[in-house]
Design a protein around this ligand. Sequence first.
Ligand code: NAD
Length: 498
Amino acid sequence: MREIGHFIGGKTVKGKSGRFGDVFDPNTGEVQAKVALASKAEVEEAIANAEKAQIGWAATNPQRRARVLFKFLDLVAREADSLARILSSEHGKTIPDAKGDIQRGVEVVEFACGIPHLLKGDYTEGAGPGIDLYSMRQPLGVVAGITPFNFPAMIPMWKFAPAIACGNAFILKPSERDPGVPMRLAELLVEAGLPEGVLNVVNGDKESVDTLLKDPRVKAIGFVGSTPIAEYIYSTGCAHGKRVQCFGGAKNHMIVMPDADIDQAVDALIGAGYGSAGERCMAISVAVPVGKKTADILIEKLIPRVESLKVGPSHDPQADYGPMVTKAHMNKVRDYVETGIKEGAKLLVDGRNFKLQGYENGNFMGGCLFDEVTPNMRIYKEEIFGPVLSVVRAKDYAEAVRLPSEHEYGNGVSIFTRDGDTARDFTNRVNVGMVGVNFAIPVPLAYHTFGGWKRSGFGDLNQHGPDSVRFYTKTKTVTSRWPSGTKEGAEFVIPTMR
Ligand code: NAD
């Protein structure tokens, strides 16, 4: 059986803990590799390597650091096909979707290539007599990222690219379910000229995460994953004096106004609800048609589209989406569908018993569509993270704004309308972090920032964009006086610039 180890000190090393996790092939349900689960000692070895390497890396000027990232981009482009194949074979998303996963990560690396410009500080000349004031951004030291299974290329790149561009050393703890791409990205960074030890990958579970959370040499933690773990990591990391940002689960609504282009809205719901088998933090899982007429037309058009979704092996170029990441996850999603039926929601399309010929043991599930879902139901309140769309009928616009605003999650939301006044009012009022107007998956581009509100995001700063530079640096402010010889005698009051 193939073994996946760690990447420490610039090279791939075998796991020494004797503990392993299974990496499945979601198409067949079989175990395709064993991934080492790091011990505390192995994580500490990675931290020690990172701490040593960080000093020289921070002293490397930002332009040279950017050149390594430029070269890395070339190498990722060279390997795009093979990276997409590895990603698709471990996660189960289709090859074009896997390429999108890589591309959205690449865009943040491109952003981080602008680091010489991004790190420029502020300067005030003549703040007082002979006094100049300036600020600079300095790296934190060793920082860590803990990432989820559903974007094994994009989210690691969102984390490590700005962090290392700022002059930090990085420890990545990727999801143990699909570690192949993060390991390959680390090798490519070293090939691109990144000094050994600046980026380390430790594969593992709670033991490695807890070591990172408690070790005083790790100055900041960036996490993406489910909300219960986000809350644990946020509170434990903060209690250990670290800078922490955590991004959690979601329940993204799409409001369909009576004046919307219904066909466009249906296309958007099908793509954003079922793409990647619904395993996206920005997937639309709740459709909110406004008014009975809108709801009836929407449902009528959705049913045949959900019934005809093409579910296939992840390498099938014709497939709309592939298998789910693991059997355990698929069973959890199926249980939610059962819960929805018991709660009284109307299951219009039932994809639970979908079987793919030749792949009977794969983690395949057809699309499910619920109507008459209400806010008190578990299938509305909780994140399902599968190919299940719930329709919650709103009687008017006011109710449609209230639903996502009052939901405990606040990651993404969108509205489909032809009315500018409604769109503007909605974007201003809705209590959610990322909003789309006639746009179903409003993932901001790399030079803006990404982050949800309420129980979808913990911490002050978002991911990528200008916030990432703030998160991975600390500001130092210098007040200097030249010529230095001015004699004013001892001052006993707080200095002012008079
Ligand atoms: P997860 O929370 O199970 O795992 C995320 C990471 O935490 C993994 O690296 C995992 O090894 C680690 N982990 C798991 N249990 C832990 C524990 N008890 N202690 C310490 N570490 C632990 O999430 P997942 O299933 O990999 O990913 C899916 C979730 O991620 C969904 O909830 C999805 O909405 C969310 N997500 C959010 C965003 C966002 O930006 N808000 C983006 C992508 C995914």
